[in-house]
Design a protein around this ligand. Structure first.
Ligand SMILES: Nc1ncnc2c1ncn2[C@@H]1O[C@H](COP(=O)(O)OP(=O)(O)OP(=O)(O)O)[C@@H](O)[C@H]1O
Ligand SMILES: [Mg+2]
Length: 332
């Protein structure tokens, strides 16, 4: 899908906004706070179903009572999302839905300036990053994740209330089932990324360094019944803590640079090249698995990259539709 134009009404600071997109690279240029990231956010909502940074009430332009996003594609299709202060509605090919249907989602590679700090960020940021990554690649992953998160939330609420120990069992079963599935899928996806990571990194950095991601999980060698047993063993502890202390919600992804922990050993430039490589692989895996060319949204990342890396970024995504935001004119 190639975006032809975007129309926004009451979306953050935009009262009425219109952008005609190019089929290859479009640049949204403007000073801080003029609403550049908001345009990418609107595209993300209509392609992925929800914002990458906020809930709808925060997005609705202050003092107004509805927002509207309209995207027209080159093939003539038009998709609309509206929010009336309470509910969001998608109008896709003249059909109204509350959620963006799976078949109408379109893959996006989003590159935010904060992604450049992924290696030194908290484990929860890294989990969130890879959850979004893998959810786009595989609907099965997405479903397992949603079910795991729901069961975890309910178990934690249960632990805080008056309850009988036996009543927690049904949540344990669900957590063990979805937790094991997630762990296996995470391990496989990281293996797939690792197959390409060093070569892709070298094509950017032009050297012989080695890069790898280590998936670390306390459940890695567990079977579903080991997982279940561990949840039962931890019950007393969890009851006192009021939350679930064991499971895949503690997983992490450790970046290794020449077999050493990258956080602290890789330089700033090397770290940027690793993240760039990760973005390239994300687009490649989307194409391999879904046979779709993702739309690439680059939010203000050019100012963070040197000339060589900028050129590399543009070259790698030359067959994708790319939308770039920037405060200063980028010459490519
Ligand atoms: N709900 C809202 N109603 C009105 N204005 C809002 C709302 N939410 C955010 N804003 C404002 O909208 C503006 C646009 O935000 P956005 O993040 O899109 O800017 P930006 O151009 O990407 O800025 P920067 O270059 O600093 O990243 C900001 O000034 C922000 O304070
Ligand atoms: Mg911005």
């Amino acid at each position: 899908m190639i975006i032809k134009s975007i129309k926004l009404t009451n979306f953050r600071n935009h009262h009425n906004y219109f952008l005609e997109c190019k089929e290859n690279t479009s640049l949204i240029l403007g000073e801080n706070g003029c609403g550049k990231t908001s345009v990418l956010e609107a595209i993300y909502i209509l392609t992925r179903g929800k914002s990458f940074r906020a809930v709808d009430n925060e997005i609705l332009k202050r003092g107004t009572d509805y927002y509207r996003i309209e995207i027209e594609y080159v093939n003539g299709e038009k998709n609309i999302a509206t929010f009336d202060g309470k509910n969001k509605t998608f109008l896709i090919l003249d059909k109204k839905t509350r959620r963006l249907p799976k078949k109408n989602k379109y893959p996006v590679v989003l590159f935010l300036p904060s992604d450049l700090n992924l290696i030194s960020h908290s484990p929860s940021r890294r989990r969130d990053y890879f959850d979004k990554f893998f959810s786009q690649l595989d609907e099965k992953y997405n479903q397992n994740l949603l079910k795991y998160e729901k069961a975890l939330k309910q178990r934690n609420e249960f632990l805080k209330k008056e309850h009988k120990k036996d009543d927690i069992f049904s949540w344990n079963i669900l957590l063990a089932k979805y937790g094991i599935n997630l762990s296996k899928l995470r391990k496989n996806f990281i293996q797939e990324i690792n197959i390409q990571l060093t070569d892709t990194y070298r094509s950017i950095a032009k050297n012989e360094d080695q890069v790898e991601i280590n998936y670390t999980s306390e459940v890695e060698s567990f079977t579903e019944s080991d997982y279940l047993k561990q949840l039962e063993t931890n019950y007393e502890k969890d009851h006192i803590l009021g939350h679930t202390s064991f499971g895949v919600h503690h997983d992490d992804y450790l970046f290794l640079f020449n077999h050493k922990i990258a956080n602290g050993s890789a330089s700033r430039g090397e770290t940027r090249s690793i993240i760039l490589a990760l973005k390239f692989i994300e687009a490649d895996l989307i194409y391999q698995k879904l046979h779709l060319k993702p739309i690439v949204l680059l939010d203000d990342v050019f100012s963070e990259l040197d000339e060589t890396r900028r050129r590399c970024l543009i070259k790698n995504f030359q067959d994708n539709q790319v939308i770039i935001t920037s405060v200063e004119d980028v010459n490519n």
